[in-house]
Design a protein around this ligand. Structure first.
Ligand SMILES: CC(C)(COP(=O)(O)OP(=O)(O)OC[C@H]1O[C@@H](n2cnc3c(N)ncnc32)[C@H](O)[C@@H]1OP(=O)(O)O)[C@@H](O)C(=O)NCCC(=O)NCCS
Length: 409
C-alpha cells in the first residue's frame, strides 16, 4: 500500500469518485467536496496508480475542564468500492492520526460508522448524545424572540467565527478551518440559518443552522446552534417555537448542561400521540464519537482535578502501532508509566514498586480520563483493570461533567 499526500492536480477525479461511490456526495456536489478538502490534511492510498482510499483530518482544540488542548479530528475515512477490505482505511487513518500526534495534537477524535472499528486504532467511545425531536409549538419558553437576521451560505465566515467563540464546556471541540463550516453549510439540504448579531462590532452572537428536509411542514433538523449566554439560548428556543404554526417537527442535539425535556409541554403525551408518524416526538440516545489520548504526559500536565492526588503505575496498551511503519512520525503510546492524578497531575515513563497498577487500553483510559464512564464501570465493559481500591479512588478523583464535543464530526 502506498500512502501519500492528496494532490489536487492528480487525485481530484479519483477522490470525487470515492465520495460518489460511498454516497457522501451527489453529482454536482464535487465543488463542495473540494472546499472541504482544501481546509483539511488529506492522505490517499493508491491501487494500480489511482487513489482509492481518502482520509481527511483537521486541527482543532478540545476543552478539558478549563484547559484548551490541541486536537486532531479525523473528519473523513473512505475507501472506494474496488478497494475494500485490504486494510487501506485502517492504514491511512493510522498514518493520518500519527501526523496529527506528531504535530502536537494531544488528543484525536472522530465520528464512528460502527463500534469496534476504530478501537483497533486505540479510540474509545464517548458518552451518549441525546437528540430530541419535538413539535416546536409545544416548546415552553417565556422569552419572546426578537426579529432575527437571515443567515445563508454566503455568511459562512461569520458563522464559523460564531461557532469558535460559542459557550464552551468540558469536552467541547473546535475544528479550526473555516472551509469546514462553509462546506457543511453548502451541502445542507435546503439549509438556512437564523440568528442575532449582538456583538460589540456586530458579530453573530447566537444562531442556529437548519436542514429543512421538507420545507413546508418539516421535519427540520438543527445542525448546530451557537450561543454565549443562557438568555441567548432561550431566545433561540423561542425563535424555533415561532416556526410552530407551520413546522410539525424539529430535531436538535441536547446542549450540554441543559435538559431539553424541561422545555417541552407534556412530552409523554406528545410521544404517544405521534408514535410511528412522520412527525414522531422522541428522544434518541447514541454514542457516536470516539477519542484517544496521543500524548499521556502532555494530557496529564493539563489535567487539574479537585481533591487528593491518586498515584499509580499504568500499563498502557496502544494498538495503533501495528498499523504504522517503523518510520512513521509517531507510533502510539504503549508503555509503562507512573501517573499522578490530582490538582497537579503528571505521567512519566517507568514503574514504582510501591504503587498499585492499572492496566488499560489507551481507548479505555481515555474514556476514564475524559469522564465518559468511571473506572469501576469501565472495568466491567472495557479493557481496564486494577485493584478495587484503586478503581474506587479513580472514581472519586475523576468526577467530571459528561464530556460533549458540541460539534458533529
Ligand atoms: C468503512 C470503510 C472506510 C472501511 O474501508 P476498508 O478500506 O475496507 O477498511 P479496512 O480494510 O481497513 O478494514 C476492514 C476490516 O475491518 C473490519 N471491520 C469492519 N467493521 C468493524 C467493526 N465494527 N469492528 C471491528 N472490525 C470491523 C472488517 O470486517 C474488515 O476486516 P477483514 O478485512 O478482516 O474482513 C469503507 O467501508 C467505507 O468507505 N465505507 C463508507 C464510508 C464510511 O462509512 N466511512 C467511515 C466513516 S467513520
Amino acid at each position: 500500500m502506498t500512502t501519500r499526500t492528496y494532490d489536487p492536480e492528480k487525485d481530484q477525479t479519483a477522490a470525487h469518485r470515492i465520495w460518489l461511490e460511498t454516497g457522501w456526495i451527489e453529482k454536482d456536489q464535487e465543488a463542495v467536496m473540494d472546499i472541504f478538502i482544501e481546509g483539511s490534511r488529506a492522505l490517499v492510498a493508491d491501487l494500480d496508480g489511482e487513489a482509492e482510499c481518502l482520509v481527511t483530518t483537521v486541527p482543532g482544540t478540545i476543552r478539558y475542564l478549563d484547559e484548551e488542548l490541541p486536537f486532531c479530528c479525523v473528519t473523513g475515512v473512505t475507501t472506494s468500492r474496488i478497494a475494500r477490505k485490504h486494510g487501506f482505511a485502517k492504514g491511512v487513518t493510522a498514518l493520518s492520526a500519527a501526523h496529527g500526534a506528531a504535530e502536537g495534537a494531544l488528543v484525536s477524535g472522530l465520528g464512528m460508522f460502527e463500534q469496534g472499528y476504530y478501537n483497533q486504532l486505540g479510540f474509545g467511545s464517548g458518552g451518549y448524545e441525546h437528540r430530541a425531536a419535538f413539535d416546536p409549538s409545544q416548546l415552553k419558553v417565556r422569552t419572546k424572540a426578537r426579529v432575527p437576521r437571515r443567515i445563508g451560505n454566503d455568511d459562512w465566515a461569520m458563522v464559523h467565527a460564531s461557532r469558535l467563540v460559542r459557550a464552551r464546556r468540558h469536552g467541547s471541540c473546535n475544528l479550526t478551518p473555516p472551509e469546514l463550516t462553509r462546506a457543511e453549510m453548502l451541502w445542507t439540504k435546503n439549509g438556512f440559518g437564523l440568528g442575532y448579531c449582538d456583538g460589540p462590532n456586530g458579530e453573530l452572537t447566537h444562531h442556529f443552522w437548519c436542514r429543512a428536509g421538507e420545507v413546508e411542514s418539516g421535519p427540520y433538523s438543527i445542525e448546530w446552534m451557537t450561543f454565549r449566554t443562557s438568555d441567548q439560548f432561550l431566545e433561540l428556543m423561542a425563535l424555533i417555537k415561532t416556526l410552530g404554526d407551520q413546522v410539525r417537527l424539529v430535531s436538535m442535539r441536547e446542549p450540554q448542561g441543559i435538559q431539553l425535556q424541561d422545555l417541552l409541554d407534556c412530552p409523554f403525551k406528545q410521544r404517544q400521540m405521534s408514535e410511528k408518524s412522520k412527525f414522531e416526538s422522541r428522544m434518541r440516545a447514541e454514542a457516536t464519537w470516539q477519542m484517544r489520548i496521543n500524548d499521556l504526559p502532555g494530557c496529564m500536565a493539563r489535567t487539574h482535578l479537585p481533591g487528593d492526588t491518586v498515584r499509580f503505575n499504568l500499563k498502557l496498551n496502544d494498538p495503533i502501532g501495528k498499523f504504522l511503519d517503523e518510520d512513521a512520525p509517531w507510533r502510539g503510546i504503549t508503555g509503562e508509566y507512573v501517573v499522578a492524578l490530582g490538582p497537579s497531575s503528571k505521567a512519566k515513563a517507568g514503574t514504582n514498586a510501591a504503587l498499585p497498577t492499572l492496566t488499560a487500553s489507551v481507548g479505555a483510559f481515555t474514556r476514564m480520563w475524559l469522564g465518559v464512564r468511571p473506572a469501576t464501570g469501565l472495568s466491567v465493559t472495557d479493557e481496564l483493570s486494577g485493584p478495587r481500591e484503586l478503581l474506587k479512588q479513580l472514581d472519586g478523583n475523576l468526577r467530571l461533567p459528561d464530556p460533549k464535543p458540541d460539534w458533529d464530526f
